[in-house]
Design a protein around this ligand. Structure first.
Ligand code: HSE
Length: 427
């Protein structure tokens, strides 16, 4: 039987998941790949650290060169995260003719081009299924199984931590702060939750998905980003009254050769399958011009789910390495124009605190009218109080028109505060 050695960079959650899967599914993996997959060496920060996985100390190293210079190691599996030294190690590995598997969304989203170029130049493979939505096979899905389609839109819940927080806020009627504490206690949210709650994590994943689905290179900075910290229980209550659930969505749509790329809290009709993706689950809903509507649902993080994606990539490399493979190039940054957010069309939920005086509703409605924003419905809550809440739902309109209206409303003496603006996707 053939044996292949891999070098693991990092032995955190996903690294441990890979170790466990290679052990628990060894027989199946031998049958399915034709190889006995052995971990040759593992790069760690501290070889003496106590670990809850039974890895022999002899294969641990603190020196990347021990992996790089070991020619019996054919595949490097990068699970360190962050940009450097992870990207440097991957590039060095490829130059040494080693294939690469990574689950590093930040590296693939921001350095994907150089990584892919180098893999092409060196004739090695680069696989990154674990970088988006953990165990959900969306990368291979887009690259292989859905290759016959023109993709029209991709809409996803691609961050489990924020989905857990929003689910708790909705089901238990608690505040963002309380739900975040629960997410931290469960180990979903990190001590510094910024990357998840401010949607940086989701932006990296959306960047990778948009590049693959639309054969282009997307600059991560061209993606509109808004996190969930301003979503209040009252917004969730109003959403329910209007028949919606609030989710942090990544949205990619193509129209007239332009891409809309945005991540923000969104109201989704409560009957849509995405509205029913709860807790820390992820889901990606897409439309292809041949396949039609498709949704993939599963665990977006965790040692075994992400480990499942990583080990799947190792097997893909083993299956392909003896063939002469074609390594697709993604395209160029100029290939697709990114739509300005002002030009994006949506329906909007707008909650404003106003002074409870005659004529205020009329003034605000007239501002919307002047800016071509048509109102679908309006609710006023609170009566005979100094301040009341006005909630507007608009028809489909340009974001630019909403922004102009909001500037004018802010200038009104009787408008106390624009509390929230949440986009609605009537999927
Ligand atoms: N922190 C991410 C999430 C998982 O909550 O989905 C890793 O990308």
């Amino acid at each position: 039987m053939k044996e292949v050695k891999i070098g693991l960079l990092g032995l955190g959650n996903v690294g441990k998941g890979v170790w466990k899967i290679l052990d628990m599914n060894r027989e199946e993996l031998i049958k399915r790949s034709g190889y006995d997959i052995k971990i040759g060496k593992i790069l760690v920060k501290d070889i003496n650290k106590k670990r809850d996985v039974d890895v022999p100390k002899e294969i641990l190293t603190e020196d990347f060169n021990e992996i790089l210079e070991d020619d019996s190691i054919e595949i490097i599996v990068e699970l360190m995260g962050g940009l450097e030294p992870a990207v440097d190690y991957m590039l060095k590995g490829m130059k040494r003719k080693k294939h690469i598997v990574t689950a590093n969304k930040m590296a693939v989203a921001t350095k994907g081009n150089i990584l892919l170029e180098t893999s092409k130049k060196e004739g090695v493979m680069l696989y990154y299924e674990g970088s988006v939505a953990g165990g959900i096979p969306i990368i291979h899905g887009l690259k292989d199984n859905l290759v016959a389609n023109k993709i029209e839109e991709v809409i996803g819940i691609i961050n489990g931590t924020t989905n857990y927080i929003l689910t708790k806020m909705t089901q238990d009627k608690i505040s963002f702060e309380e739900a975040l504490k629960e997410a931290q206690a469960k180990g979903y949210a990190e001590a510094d939750p910024t990357s998840d709650v401010e949607a940086f994590d989701a932006v990296y994943k959306l960047c990778i998905l948009s590049s693959l689905a639309f054969d282009t290179i997307v600059n991560v900075n061209s993606i509109y980003r808004e996190g969930i910290t301003n979503v209040k229980p009252i917004d969730i209550e109003y959403a329910k009254e209007f028949g919606y659930v609030i989710k942090l969505l990544g949205v990619i749509k193509e129209s007239n050769g332009e891409l809309e790329l945005r991540v923000h809290p969104t109201m989704v009709p409560s009957a849509h399958p995405l509205a029913n993706v709860n807790d820390s689950f992820n889901a990606i809903f897409l439309k292809g011009n041949a396949v039609g509507d498709l949704m993939l649902y599963g665990r977006g993080a965790g040692e075994l789910p992400t480990g499942s994606a990583v080990v799947g990539d190792i097997v893909s490399i083993l299956r392909n390495k003896e063939k002469s493979s074609y390594y697709p190039h993604l395209g160029n940054e100029e290939d697709k124009k990114i739509k300005d957010m002002q030009e994006v069309e949506c329906e909007y939920y707008i909650r404003i605190t106003v002074k409870d005086k005659p004529g205020v509703l009329g003034e605000i409605s007239s501002i919307f009218g002047k800016n071509n924003v048509s109102i679908l419905s309006v609710i006023q809550k609170g009566k005979r109080e100094e301040q009341v809440s006005l909630v507007f739902i608009t028809h489909n309109t340009l974001e630019g028109n909403i922004n102009k209206s909001i500037e004018m409303i802010k200038a009104l003496d009787d408008a106390e505060k624009i509390e929230n603006i949440i986009r609605i996707e009537n999927l």
